[in-house]
Design a protein around this ligand. Structure first.
Ligand code: G6P
Ligand code: ZN
Length: 543
């Protein structure tokens, strides 16, 4: 097998975003595009000579072919071994687990998460460091620098290897170890939770519907919920991963998980509903006719985590991304837990988890996780919920109502304005940024602005600083409006407006969320001049 060195030139725009490099699949399929980026990952981390990597993805279109290219490149770059999921499949949390468990030098995950897949949709490549977490900014910066300096890449001239058969196989001197993508992950889950209690719950007739959205969690959920926990047949829907996710967005929210939404709002709704995204790191939790907002889910998990064996001795602290509602902060305060506010992006939790400052983290974008891996983890969140329900004997609706009675309710919603011209979106942000210091004391839609700033974060562990992480406007009564531009889109700009209002009056707890937030929504439009800058009066998505 010949080791080829291919001359190449830098390709513009290979800058990793919130979660690796995400582009249209066709962009990735252009000559040298994938190869340039993969070589830049290798160069950016000081080469892979003698190293061991993990490789896998969410099964989306082009993932299998990309995996073969990456294997040939790893071999040509002198890697010792690549542990790859059978069929090039690994959920993001399962990849994180393998990176850690096998003490590897990191891993490459092929996914664009919840973005749709297919020849005309999205693809992505992400590097995770040896702690199992997404590469922090200094690493992604080095990778980006490498993409700008690249002059050649190395690749082995070889046929595809068989990724369908388990076991080790040699590729030009490098060992490729094809592993069952589910086994290690399922074992990890079993070590964290009281599977006996959850098994007894199902035995007692508790009904669950898990929507895998034709994405990677199908086989994981089937093995864990069905085979290990005995949930009834048919409890996992859309369980077969498809390269185009059946044409949908594998994004677990009330808009895209419509099949689950219907089931949970029907007359014969199961007791518990859940869904996960393309690569298995996001989660959505529902009770009969009730959607649990991710921010509320984090707060409930923080309040009840000790019910699960892994957290019986406490969780030390909790961290949330800045735009996530402050419901978890209320729990942290009452329970004497440390509480951290980080920029959007799971990578910012890594140091806090590594340092033992927090054991539980969450984001409004449907991500919840803990210190068992360094990614958010969809099925883990489902299992922790189930463990809590099994231990308390209460249902989802009752649990939420109890929670609000104890801690108050932070009404919360995110409004997305998608496909805005980048210049217009930036003009809106610049305009508001310029007015922030004038806002305190002013009125908007009948509410008073108490404070306003632009979020920047200093990591308490390594002192690194992230600036310009979102504009925050605090209003009276514990309300807040946050604005930022999405870092994960592939076309134009998405303006995210995060809306929060707080109530301690139980008479209000059942108010419909958009209605409860109507005053804050009006205030947000007025403060940010959304229509003036974008021409929009209504969002595309209310999450
Ligand atoms: C990904 C990241 C999350 C982040 C989310 C939203 O899922 O892993 O950490 O919260 O994207 O990012 P965005 O920049 O689109 O709001
Ligand atoms: Zn994801």
């Amino acid at each position: 097998m010949e080791r080829l060195t291919i001359e190449t030139t830098p390709i513009d725009g290979q800058k990793p975003g919130t979660s690796g490099l995400r582009k249209k699949t066709k962009v990735f399929m252009q000559p040298h595009y994938l190869e340039n980026f993969v070589q830049s990952i290798f160069d950016g981390i000081g080469g892979v000579e003698g190293k061991t990597l993990v490789l896998g993805g969410d099964g989306r279109y082009f993932g299998d072919r990309a995996a073969q290219v990456i294997l040939r490149m790893a071999a040509a770059n002198g890697a010792a071994r690549v542990i790859v999921g059978q069929g090039a499949i690994l959920s993001t949390p399962a990849a994180s687990n393998l990176i850690r468990k096998r003490q590897t030098d990191g891993g490459i995950i092929l996914s664009a998460s919840h973005n749709p897949g297919g020849p005309d949709e999205d693809f992505g490549v992400k590097f995770n460091t040896p702690n199992g977490g997404p590469a922090p900014e200094d690493v992604t910066n080095r990778i980006f620098e490498a993409t700008k300096a690249i002059a050649q890449y190395h690749v082995l001239e070889a046929q595809d290897i068989d990724l369908a058969t388990l076991g080790p196989v040699s590729l030009g001197g490098m060992e490729v170890e094809v592993v069952d993508p589910v086994a290690d992950y399922a074992e990890l889950m079993e070590s964290l939770f009281d599977f006996d209690a959850i098994r007894a719950l199902f035995k007692g007739g508790f009904r669950i519907c898990f929507d895998a959205m034709h994405a990677v969690t199908g086989p994981y959920a089937t093995e864990i919920l069905r085979n290990r926990l005995g949930a009834p047949e048919g409890c996992v829907i859309n369980a077969t991963p498809l390269p185009d996710f059946g044409g949908g967005h594998p994004d677990p929210n009330p808009v895209w998980a419509n099949e689950l939404m219907e089931a949970m709002h029907g007359p014969d709704a199961p007791d518990f509903g859940a869904a996960s995204d393309g690569d298995g790191d996001r989660n959505m939790i529902m009770g009969p006719s009730m959607y649990v907002a991710p921010s509320d889910s984090l707060a409930v998990l923080a309040a009840n985590a000790e019910r699960a064996p892994a957290y019986a001795n406490g969780i030390a602290g909790v961290a949330r991304s800045m735009p996530t509602s402050r419901a978890a902060d209320v729990v942290a305060e009452k329970k004497g837990l440390a509480c951290y506010e980080t920029p959007t992006g799971w990578k910012f939790f890594g140091n806090l988890l590594d340092d033992g400052r927090v054991r539980l983290c969450g984001e409004e974008s449907a991500g919840t996780g803990a210190d068992h891996v360094r990614e958010k983890d969809g099925l883990w969140a489902v299992l922790l919920w189930l463990n809590i329900l099994a231990a308390t004997g209460r249902g989802v609706v009752e649990t939420m109502q109890d929670h609000w009675r104890t801690y108050g309710r932070n009404f919360y919603s995110r409004h997305d304005f998608e496909g805005i011209e980048t210049e217009k979106a930036e003009a809106l942000m610049d305009d508001l940024r310029g007015r922030l210091s004038d806002l305190p004391g002013t009125n908007a839609a009948g509410r008073t602005v108490e404070a306003a700033d632009e979020f920047s974060y200093t990591d308490p562990v390594d002192g690194s600083v992230a600036t310009q992480q979102g504009l925050r406007v605090y209003l009276d009564g514990g309300a807040r409006v946050v604005l930022r531009l999405s870092g994960t889109g592939t076309t134009g700009a998405t303006l995210r407006v995060y809306l929060e209002d707080r109530s301690e009056d139980p008479a209000t707890f059942d108010t419909e969320v958009q209605e409860a937030l109507s005053g804050i929504i009006a205030a947000a439009h007025e403060i940010a001049r959304i229509q003036h800058h974008t021409g929009r009066t209504e969002p595309d998505v209310r999450a």
